[in-house]
Unconditional design. Sequence first.
Length: 218
Amino acid sequence: MINLSTFEECYQKLILHFTSSTFKDELSLAQKEFFDNAGTLDENKPNYTLRMSQFFDWYFLTRPLHGYMQPPVMVCEQQRELRLTDEDLKVIEILKQHQHSVYEYVKTKNNEMIIKDLYTNEKVNVVADQMIFSFDEKEFFEARVITLDGKKYYLKGFCFHPESAQKFILDQTAIFKKNHDLNFKEFLVRLNKMRYKFEQYRHVKPEMIYANDNKLGL
């Protein structure tokens, strides 16, 4: 049985391998892709740790590695240097099945956070006792959810969006729901960039940034 602490230790081990010197060039390219045109990444700012969690989740779970054409989570078992344990293998399978989407916060009840997946319209109950953030009613946020021993937990890479961006997010999500040939994961990265452009340009209304014609190259 894998508990949350063991899961996090194994996940950290996997990420450390794919961010080692062996993957130095790959990591550098990925950082440029993720943080380019997404505001300023400043390690002295309070959101630095959160942004790096977003990046590592994306790098390990979503972005295809050059030469493999799949993300690291899908090629871990090809890496002999990892010396994977049974626990590592279980964690890899858990990560392969994670849910990544934009969610709406509904409410918290009986130590569970009830959220709605805006892409699938499904309600999801997530364990709430791990949370260090407070949520506003009907707040929209990007997150990744794993299932561990029958319960759902968040990974650490959250991205919260302003209320005035909700119409844009709903309209665009509806387009992706109708056309499955479009890449919803790329849209989530785009939303992330918009979020941090909004933080960089506080004097600009969010709806000027969360737009298809925002003139920011997003």
